[in-house]
Design a binder for this molecule. Structure first.
Ligand code: ZN
Ligand code: ZN
Length: 318
């Protein structure tokens, strides 16, 4: 399977502002030596030497993922503002001709996981078909509510694609063609569900949003089946460890807690996700560096677990 990240930010879309862009340019220029800017080649190699945050952005769109199965079937997980970009890409394919078929999973209906849906162009095209799954019991009603005339000018029903809704049990495995799916209730205000997706012996786990605090840790082994031996886990790490204590019960975890859980359940690769909207790209560089320091100090898992941080456009092949 292949996973592409279209939105990695938590809570609120976060456009890059002019101050941040100027700071990136200024810092990059201050690092350049005269020899770095004498040719296209020297500029290329200088740019490659810079930290990720100076030449890129982790991205400001809220959560949305595209999963492609080995048969190239489309699964979308969550529809934050990132799903708008995915929709534009899909319009270049059979979805633009009203012949597309896709599956959507919703982990929950907090705004940052649904507010891209009214801008998802393939939903406007008659003939497209979407099967929409969630453990949330009244998902259709909640999505319709978001597009009531008082909130948005276009109703969900006006979007002419065929949309079928299915409620899925949680803590129970089920199959979609060759894909095994396991939806697990997560500790989060108002409720949220994580997804464990397995295909051809590869395991992808997505858990955004979740708060694994000291209370939940007492019962951490009830999550064993969900996390165990995953190849990749995308994990809500919105807060630093200090913030996770100050913002107890806000519903999000920290990287150090995610590393502890990943290590306990023999995860191969952990991806930090659902970034705090107040965090700059430079701060997110630091979040990753601190997470890796914490990992390497934990000699029992160092070398066995890999830790990365999510950015828009990231592609994960499994
Ligand atoms: Zn969220
Ligand atoms: Zn949430």
């Amino acid at each position: 399977m292949q996973i592409r990240l279209w939105g990695v930010r938590g809570s609120l879309p976060t456009p890059l502002d002019s101050i941040s862009i100027e700071r990136k340019v200024r810092t990059a220029l201050s690092l350049a030596k005269p020899g770095d800017i004498i040719s296209e080649e020297s500029i290329d190699s200088f740019l490659k030497s810079l930290p990720f945050s100076l030449i890129n952005t982790y991205g400001g769109n809220t959560t949305s993922l595209e999963v492609r199965t080995r048969a190239n079937d489309l699964i979308i997980i969550d529809c934050g503002s990132g799903v708008k970009g995915l929709g534009k890409e899909l319009m270049k394919t059979e979805f633009g001709r009203g012949k597309g078929i896709g599956t959507i999973f919703f982990t929950h209906t907090h705004w940052d996981h649904i507010h891209g849906l009214p801008f998802f162009l393939p939903f406007f095209i008659e003939g497209n078909r979407f099967n929409i799954f969630s453990s949330v019991p009244d998902l259709k009603h909640r999505l319709e509510h978001q597009q009531q005339y008082s909130h948005f000018p276009i109703a969900l029903d006006y979007m002419r694609a065929k949309k079928e809704f299915f409620q899925i049990a949680f803590d129970e495995e089920f199959y979609l063609n060759d894909i095994k799916v396991y939806s697990k209730s997560m500790p989060h205000p108002g409720g949220a569900y994580g997804m464990r997706i397995e295909e051809n012996g590869k395991v992808f786990v997505y858990t955004s949003d979740c708060e694994f605090n000291i209370n939940v840790f007492d019962e951490i082994d009830t999550y064993r089946e969900f996390f165990i031996n995953a190849d990749v886990v995308i994990f809500d790490t919105q807060y630093t460890f200090q913030e996770s204590i100050e913002k107890f019960d806000y519903g999000h975890s920290s990287a150090s807690i995610a590393i502890d859980i990943a290590a306990r359940f023999n995860v191969k690769r952990l991806i930090l996700f659902h970034h705090e909207p107040d965090y700059s790209d430079e701060k997110l560089d630091t979040v990753l560096a601190n997470a890796r320091t914490y990992l390497y100090m934990n000699s029992k898992v160092a070398g066995r677990l890999e830790v990365d941080i999510a950015y828009e456009g990231m592609v994960i092949d499994l």
